[in-house]
Design a binder for this molecule. Structure first.
Ligand SMILES: Nc1ncnc2c1ncn2[C@@H]1O[C@H](COP(=O)(O)OP(=O)(O)O)[C@@H](O)[C@H]1O
Ligand SMILES: [Mg+2]
Length: 344
């Protein structure tokens, strides 16, 4: 608002309140200050300016009680195009059937235990963990577990939209990062940087290594200053090697989500069958699904069960599942072949 001839658009106190409202993600307070600034301009007969300010703010006074955007999302927008930096999941996905390896489960339980005993830890001068890094192959429960943890603490999940966050404009990325960290500071949530390696991957083959370095540095700075009482941060990655070791160290715990073991595959298949009668050996099925992720097993079983329904068959045979599996494996092999051809 640097208009010549209007040096008293806003007093320092209003400015302070405006900043505070922004920091707290309080849209109501933000609008209140903005409205009073507009009212002052009207009172001073600056009708044109008042009109411009009103247009810039967006008029919601015509629809009382109607909130177009929630306070949080109104304040976490990308600087150039106003794109959202966060997608908020108010009701995290159902996580009743989360299957975890014992080693993973133990780390997750430990995290929950620390967060539930914040006071006890604090009385001895310790803080609970607040930054977790999940890594492991795709489809093995990283995102699902982030939702599971959100459910445990009654929190929403704020997924950082990395494409919007990373700007080609110098300085914007750091500002965006600060915005999402501030949002998590003022609004309790699980701040999820999902598939963070995708950033590294897309930048890897581009010429601008400098930009990636800047992103990493901004991220490190933002991570170091992050300390929210109720929120916590989860980073999820498919490829740990793509992550900068300096980032790796910043997390309070690094938790592996491995490809499911035979025991977990058995549990998961049983659960997915969900009352459908299986004809054939469950053990052979468990053996043959070695190397598949949960997401792939889910896809496999859902396809086989749907075929059974469409064909009016009363039961599912392992032979039918194997036929689906062969198709799936052929497809994966074809994708791999295409990829190697491309890389050569
Ligand atoms: N550990 C798991 N237990 C139960 N279901 C799972 C698990 N991992 C993955 N799934 C199934 O696969 C889907 C995708 O998993 P997701 O958590 O998004 O994988 P990731 O984030 O590790 O790539 C989930 O929505 C769920 O249906
Ligand atoms: Mg995921």
């Amino acid at each position: 608002m640097s208009r010549a001839g209007n040096d008293e658009i806003m007093d320092v106190d209003s400015l302070r309140r405006l900043f505070r409202a922004f920091r707290d993600g309080n849209e109501v307070a933000f609008r209140k200050v903005a409205e009073s600034v507009i009212a002052d301009q009207l009172a001073s007969n600056h009708h044109q300016l008042a009109k411009e300010l009103r247009a810039a703010l967006g008029d919601i006074s015509k629809s009382p009680g109607h909130r177009t955007a929630e306070p949080l999302t109104a304040l976490t927008r990308e600087r150039r195009n106003g794109e959202q930096l966060l997608t908020i999941y108010h009701e995290p996905a159902s996580t009743e059937h989360l299957c975890l390896e014992d080693s993973t489960r133990q780390r997750i339980d430990r995290f929950i235990n620390e967060r539930r005993n914040t006071r006890k830890l604090a009385s001895h001068g310790y803080a609970p963990k607040s930054k977790l890094l999940f890594w492991g192959p795709p489809g093995c429960g990283k995102t699902l577990t982030a939702h599971f943890l959100a459910n445990q603490f009654g929190l929403k999940v704020g997924v950082v939209r990395l494409n919007a966050l990373i700007s080609s404009f110098l300085g914007d990325t750091a500002a965006h990062l600060q915005q999402v960290f501030d949002a998590a500071q003022s609004t309790p949530m699980v701040l999820l940087f999902d598939e963070i390696d995708s950033v590294a991957k897309t930048r890897d083959d581009s010429r601008d290594v400098g930009e990636l370095k800047r992103v990493v540095n901004s991220f490190l700075q933002a991570m170091d200053t992050f300390s929210a009482r109720d929120s916590f941060l989860i980073g999820a990655s498919n490829h740990q090697y793509l992550l900068d070791p300096a980032i790796w160290r910043r997390f309070d715990d690094v938790i592996l989500f491995p490809t499911p073991s035979p025991k977990l595959r058995r549990d998961y298949i049983r659960h997915q069958l969900n009352g459908v009668t299986l004809k054939g050996s469950l053990e052979t099925l468990v053996k043959k699904t070695a190397g598949l992720s949960f997401a792939q097993m889910e896809q496999l079983l859902v396809e086989a069960i749907k075929s059974m329904i469409l064909d009016d068959r009363g039961e599912l045979t392992t032979q039918q599942i194997f036929a689906e599996l062969r198709y799936m494996q052929d497809m994966m092999a074809a994708v791999d072949r295409e990829r190697t051809v491309k890389d050569e």
